[in-house]
Write a protein that binds this ligand. Structure first.
Ligand code: HAM
Length: 420
């Protein structure tokens, strides 16, 4: 170990486990790529005002958990705590919404930063794959995104997850509910911080995990009773489309998301094997966010799935991903000349698209064969002086254990044939 360790709340991805993270990113993005979503990448930091919009309902993510910094030039920047605001900012900046092709469908994959109290499944640096569909109000779009996330999780073999669904209303009905909730909450016996929250983001109080708070909330006004007809109809249509697609969900009127921009459809994917940090993904509609950051009215919907927690969920369920061995052929040279010759064969194999690796460092047969085994390669090529004198290499099938001499000039072609 060196003097240094990864900073608190972070961890490194190293082989072999890192392969799972790549596979999860690939599996989550595959259904998006097949459904018209284009790839977008934005900077790891933004001007702090993009996230700290200072209007309306602030959240812990914005007020407490953001990594902010002042540059030498005096700019106030924040490491991105989430992707939605950045992606929307970038789409507006590039005028993607003016290309006459709404919704603008985008997917992304990257690192996010939140100064949270670290615990299992909760990190200060984590990774998400996300999708945003910008500029269209259509319940089928909300349904599409939920269906694609469900498909992604299932393609990985994940089974013990549930989809929680709610509607948070829109700018017509939500304020009416907010006020009703606030006057109910103000009469309760709550601590100072929670009282402050009533004024800033009362819906978050419903999410309080403490039993003594929950007990007082039994008769709280329900958002469902306040939804306007348009929101109700919209939500019913999302539900009907999910049901028709065979995607099971649970109505959860207590579902309040951690970010401030949600309207109408909100959802979360929770996994029961993860303990308290059970949300493996979440998202919803954010019809007002574009205007909040100075853009035109662009009703939008999206989600982000947490890669770290998805890997933990797979491990909790004991799902073994079907990861192909990274190496198909492993070459073991015995001696100087063999090194030159086999290195040439490995180069030729790689150029032909066959994954090949090589025993570097002039190691003995025993140690090199151990590495060959560990590499997961299906075939090894071994050659010593005598083989070269005869113009052959030894080709060993690591599954059957069978070994045969193959003419050196035909080794690459023979391997290509055998590996199909
Ligand atoms: P979020 O619910 O804050 O939503 O994050 C989405 C997922 O990221 C969570 O469900 C979780 O799996 C993962 N995640 C969040 N924080 C952490 C952490 N500290 N450690 C490990 N994993 C974490 C958003 O970020 C929204 N931008 C989603 C969205 C997209 N809404 C609309 N479009």
């Amino acid at each position: 170990m060196s003097t240094f360790q990864a900073p608190k709340g972070t961890y490194d991805l190293t082989p072999p486990r890192s392969a799972k993270f790549l596979a999860v990113r690939e599996a989550i993005s595959a259904p998006l790529r097949d459904s018209g979503y284009g790839y977008i990448e934005t900077p790891g930091f933004e001007n702090v005002e993009l996230f700290a919009r200072g209007v309306g309902e602030s959240t812990d993510i914005v007020t407490k958990e953001m990594y902010t910094l002042t540059t030498k030039g005096g700019d106030q920047l924040a490491l991105r705590p989430e992707g939605t605001a950045s992606v929307l900012r970038a789409a507006l900046e590039a005028n993607l919404h003016k290309a006459g092709n709404l919704p603008v469908k985008l997917w992304y994959s990257g690192s996010y930063y939140r100064y949270e109290r670290p615990q299992a499944g909760r990190y200060r640096h984590f990774s998400q794959v996300g999708a945003e569909a910008i500029g269209t109000e259509d319940p089928a779009l909300d349904a599409e995104l939920i269906i694609l996330a469900d498909q992604a999780y299932r393609s990985l073999g994940l089974r013990q997850f549930r989809i929680l669904l709610n509607s948070l209303g829109d700018k017509e009905c939500r304020p009416v509910y907010r006020e009703a909730l606030q006057s109910f909450l103000r009469d309760l016996d709550l601590d100072e911080e929670t009282r402050r929250r009533i004024e800033i983001n009362p819906l978050r109080v419903l999410d309080d995990k403490r039993a003594d708070v929950q007990k007082q909330l039994t008769d709280a006004p329900k958002l469902r009773d306040y939804l306007c007809d348009a929101c109700k109809a919209y939500h019913e249509e999302v539900r009907a489309l999910l049901t028709a697609a065979g995607v099971a969900f649970e109505d959860d009127e207590k579902l309040v998301r951690g970010l401030d921009y949600y309207t109408r459809t909100t959802f979360e994917f929770v996994h029961d094997g993860l303990g308290s940090q059970s949300a493996v993904g979440g998202g919803g509609r954010y019809d007002g966010l574009s205007e909040m950051i100075g853009g035109p009215e662009l009703p939008s919907v999206g989600w982000a799935l947490g890669v770290d927690r998805t890997v933990l969920a797979l491990e909790a369920e004991g799902v073994e991903l079907d990861l192909p061995a990274p190496t198909s052929v492993y070459a073991v040279p015995l001696g100087e000349e063999a090194r030159r010759v086999l290195f040439g064969v490995v180069t030729e194999l790689r150029r032909a698209g066959i994954a090949a690796d090589f025993a570097f460092g002039g190691r003995g047969l025993k140690g090199a064969m151990k590495s060959a085994n560990r590499s997961g390669a299906r075939y090894t090529l071994v050659a010593g002086e005598r083989d070269l004198a005869e113009g052959v290499v030894q080709l060993k099938d690591m599954e059957s254990g069978e070994q045969s001499a193959v003419p050196l000039a035909e080794a690459a072609a023979e391997l290509a044939k055998r590996l199909g």
